[in-house]
Design a protein around this ligand. Structure first.
Ligand code: SAJ
Length: 432
């Protein structure tokens, strides 16, 4: 492979994964071009700024743009390595939509040359990388494409899923192990050479299909385990038992490690990816499907429990703490907190105050509801009812004396010292 300075890398998609990935590769010395369909994003990056909130990303991007290692464009150019990091949403009946991936591959085909490496990073249903190779073979019959030629192929096509956690993206991009699946073993080796340039974690090679399934498996594993915690919380509510205490106690067992209940599962990964497995093998995935349904159902349970508490304080203002899909980030995609707060806002209008330090304005879901955005101090002064929806650090640090006299529904268990309101907030009661 070329020396760092001579290596040209094009990253397609400058979102939550693509932009940090482009910046980290640029820092390793390569010449990186980021492609996005959004002209505003391209302009922002070219001015050395970022359009997403992620720890340390702003400093990194401004540095690599200033040094000339990263630039952005709407238009693809020839490169040595192409990294596809575009969204893979699901459509009707949770069917995965790989349209953006195939569109990215189609544009790569216009500039592809012998020796190039194409890597798909987007979470994708099993078989997508082979589909990309097939598309490249069809669009570029002049090139020997792996899986579609005899002898040595001209290009390499591989799958290397991103596995970074929002909030820790820059650390995890470097330190996490990477699974690299080639359409052929040679493709995997070529992609491995590329990732070794900037990844400190171990890079292990496999087939493209195994790598695709590995990614889906990781997120389904987490979804199933969170579903277990969420189901426990509903049972415990019904029995009038503190689920957080039960989990703390159970986790003292050396082989038990229960995750945390919450108002549901959000984000664009764990709430989405398990459906890709279910869609591929509906008969064989009752557990994975049920976990999805349990986690989605937890949102409804949270709404019902919040309603029961709101009913105990007629007419009083209610503060919903947090809208993000998890702590300390500004990402509201598929956020259960947002779903709960927006439902309460639609039903109770201006009684609902939203506290979200990561939002400059309320998202469109609140339009016309009468709910308004406020800061935490105002909410603590004026709202006798608090619904904790996100475990942001700023909420966790509120001492008991500032909330002891409040009615609190804490979906995240951030305040273990909060006295129980009477009667209990649980919306559901078991018989017997
Ligand atoms: N959550 C709980 N309880 C928990 C843990 C999480 O309710 O104990 C909720 C969160 O509040 C959030 C959702 O689950 O709403 C997902 O959050 P997360 O922190 O578990 O995961 P993500 O979506 O931020 O990132 C996941 C990660 N995957 C795994 O941990 C297996 C990350 O490594 C992946 O790169 C990312 O998905 C992705 O892009 O696929």
């Amino acid at each position: 492979m070329l020396s760092d300075a001579a290596l040209k890398v094009t990253v397609l998609g400058l979102g939550y994964i693509g932009l940090p990935t482009a910046a980290v590769i640029a820092r390793s010395g390569a010449q990186v071009l980021g492609i996005d369909v959004n002209a505003e994003v391209v302009e922002t990056v070219n001015s050395g700024k970022v359009h997403i909130e992620e720890i340390d990303l702003d400093g990194l991007v401004s540095g690599v743009v200033a040094r000339g290692n990263l630039r952005a464009s709407l238009q693809i150019e020839p490169a040595d390595v192409f990294v596809i990091a575009v969204p893979t949403p699901f459509g009707e009946n949770h069917a995965p939509d790989v349209g953006y991936v195939l569109k990215a591959a189609t544009s790569i085909a216009t500039v592809l040359k012998a020796g190039d490496v194409v890597v798909l990073e987007s979470t994708s249903p099993v078989g997508t990388t082979e589909e990309v190779a097939a598309l490249l073979a069809k669009l570029r019959p002049d090139l020997k494409v792996p899986g579609h030629c005899t002898g040595s192929a001209d290009i390499a096509v591989a799958y290397c899923p991103e596995r970074v956690l929002p909030g820790r993206i820059l650390v995890e991009l470097i330190d996490n192990d990477r699974v690299i699946g080639g359409v052929t073993p040679r493709c995997a080796r070529k992609a491995l050479q590329f990732y070794r340039r900037f990844v400190r974690g171990a890079c292990v090679t496999t087939t493209a299909r195994a790598a695709e399934m590995t990614k889906l498996t990781e997120n389904a594993f987490r979804d199933v385990n969170i579903a277990f915690a969420n189901e426990l919380s509903i049972v415990a509510d019904a029995m009038g038992i503190d689920v957080w205490e039960v989990i703390r106690l159970a986790n003292r067992h050396p082989r038990v490690n229960i995750l945390s209940p919450g108002p549901g599962v959000g984000g664009h990964c764990i709430a989405v990816d398990p459906w890709f497995l279910v869609h591929s093998a509906p008969e064989a995935t009752p557990l994975i499907r049920t976990a999805r349904e349990v986690n989605d159902g937890k949102v409804e349970h949270a709404i019902a429990t919040a309603e029961a508490m709101i009913a105990q304080a007629p007419g009083a203002p209610v503060a919903c703490l947090g809208l993000a899909f998890k702590a300390n980030i500004d990402d509201f995609r598929e956020s259960p907190a947002l779903k709960v707060a927006a439902t309460l806002a639609r039903r109770h209008g201006e009684r609902i105050r939203i506290v979200e330090p990561y939002a400059a304005a309320l998202p469109p879901a609140f339009e016309g509801t009468g709910a308004r955005l406020t800061d935490i101090d105002t909410a603590l002064e004026s709202c006798p009812v608090l619904i904790v929806l996100v475990d942001h650090d700023v909420f966790k640090s509120i001492p008991l004396e500032e909330r002891a006299d409040k009615r609190v529904y804490d979906t995240r268990g951030i305040w273990p010292d909060q006295p129980e309101p009477a009667p209990a907030a649980g919306a559901l009661r078991l018989a017997g």
